[in-house]
Design a protein around this ligand. Structure first.
Ligand code: ARG
Length: 460
């Protein structure tokens, strides 16, 4: 008995096993592509009718049927069936049930191979736009916070040891740059997503007089994929997208790590809004930074999807292979994770409260202005390597006496170098140190304000 649920049933002498049916079905997750699937089908049908492959009447019937199906989906009334394997066959079957022969003619000159590749590209290019927009909103939230803190001094770190003073705004603006590059990467990868595989059919093209340029135009693709084998088989665009998403999540993971540290009692540089923290079921005093921690964790999940997709592609012979059905869940989850993370972070950042006194105290603790003293001596003619040694000696002396460099009296400092004069005290202040780094990219308030203005204009 042939299994009449299956499009290819006549070829088979027995129905597909239940286990195989469940194992191969993708409808549970690919129904998410329903709207773009219909969009692609309508463009295909319109092109076929324009090329004389379908009658105008067939196209009208298909349009009407698809409109009904769209309503069903929107109202959650379409019954998806795993007997019909995937979203493409579910929709086609439903269409044929509604409009008869016209529905059965829709698949002329097309295969699910070019159909699914088209669907994913349509879907993903829209998600790229959403993500780019959300990145900009997040950058604006960072900018907003930064604009209040160009004079708020904190320790800048290398090796997580106090290095040199920077402003809190300068630190935040580093992230604005990082996320700016992320947005660029999504925009760039969209150029390669936004190409039309439709008309490549199963792998070699089709015998009907189709116009691939026309469907590409109808669907708003920038151009057509030039080779039919490549069009149905490569998912490099999905890998590229997930790689951009992984970098974005790695940036979030770094920021999350800093928020976790900064909100801890040891640093106490910031307070996170209560709505972003949770308590402990056993320790009443706890306020845990769950959201940044979870984001840090979720970055692993997205990097995992990148590994999954790139391994999925590896060693696949041309052209389409069923392996590619496995591209969807990692891709969907990557998009969901990135979008949720961007939304939650934008709100969380706007609720960050800087504790300026603590940042300042921390900057005073680690001899953060030692380089300024070295630079001071260099300006008086001492070679940098020698002044580095002189200042190291002064730092060791101050450490032994448990004080800061600026606490040492002038005659003590002069024992390290007679060139040191009264004006050294202005150099050793945190504010003096910041202000002295007054060039493009430096931490001087004047420069950081310029960077903030640059981004405010760019993000408009
Ligand atoms: N559900 C399939 C996928 O996601 C559609 C393409 C199926 N093509 C095939 N020749 N079996 O890749």
């Amino acid at each position: 008995m042939a299994n009449d649920n299956k499009t290819w049933s006549e070829r088979f002498s027995e129905p597909v096993s239940e286990l195989v049916k469940v194992y191969t079905a993708s409808i549970d997750f690919d129904k998410r592509l329903a709207f773009v699937d219909i969009q692609g089908s309508l463009a295909h049908a319109k092109m076929l009718s324009e090329c004389g492959v379908l009658s105008q009447q067939d196209f009208t019937d298909i349009q009407n049927g698809m409109n009904e199906i769209l309503d069903l989906i929107k109202n959650n009334q379409l019954e998806w069936s795993s007997d019909l394997e995937d979203v493409h066959m579910n929709i086609e079957k439903c269409l044929t049930a509604k409009v008869g022969d016209a529905g059965a003619r829709l698949h002329t000159g097309r295969s699910r191979n070019d159909q699914v590749a088209t669907d994913i590209r349509l879907w993903l290019r829209n998600e790229c736009d959403t993500i780019i927009k959300l990145i900009k909103e997040f950058q604006l939230a960072l900018l907003n916070l930064a604009s209040n803190h160009t004079e708020t001094v904190m320790p800048g770190f290398t090796h997580l040891q106090v290095a040199q003073p920077v402003s809190f705004a300068h630190h935040l603006m580093a992230y604005v740059e990082m996320f700016g590059r992320d947005a660029e990467r999504f925009a760039d990868c969209k150029k390669r997503i936004n190409r039309s595989p439709l008309g490549a059919a199963a792998l070699a093209g089709t015998t009907y007089p189709i116009s691939r340029e026309r469907t590409a135009e109808l669907l708003g693709f920038y151009e057509v994929c030039r080779n039919s084998l490549d069009a149905v088989s490569d998912r490099d665009f999905a890998i590229e997208f997930t790689s951009a998403a992984s970098l974005l999540m790695v940036h979030f993971s770094r920021l999350s790590e800093e928020l976790v540290l900064w909100s801890s009692q040891r640093f106490a540089f910031i307070r996170l809004a209560d709505r972003y923290c949770t308590g402990s079921s056993i320790m009443p005093q706890k306020k845990n930074p769950d959201v940044p921690e979870l984001v840090r964790g979720k970055s692993g999940r997205v990097v995992g999807h990148l590994m999954g997709l790139i391994t999925l592609m590896k060693s696949q012979p041309l052209a389409y292979n069923k392996d590619n059905q496995e591209d969807k869940e990692p891709l969907f989850d990557t998009v969901d994770t990135v979008i949720d993370t961007l939304r939650i972070y934008t709100d969380m950042v706007s609720g960050i409260e800087a504790i300026a006194e603590n940042m300042r105290d921390a900057a005073l603790q680690g001899y953060a202005t030692a380089t300024d003293l070295a630079d001071y001596l260099v300006k008086k003619g001492i070679p940098f390597r020698d002044s580095h040694g002189i200042v190291a000696g002064a730092v060791r002396y101050a450490e032994r006496h448990q004080c800061n460099l600026e606490d040492l009296p002038l005659n003590t400092l002069q024992e390290f170098s007679p060139l040191i004069e009264e004006d050294i005290y202005a150099v050793l202040t945190l504010e003096g140190s910041l202000k002295a780094r007054n060039h493009t990219g430096g931490t001087a308030p004047e420069q950081v304000k310029k960077q903030i203005e640059f981004w405010q204009q760019r993000l408009q």
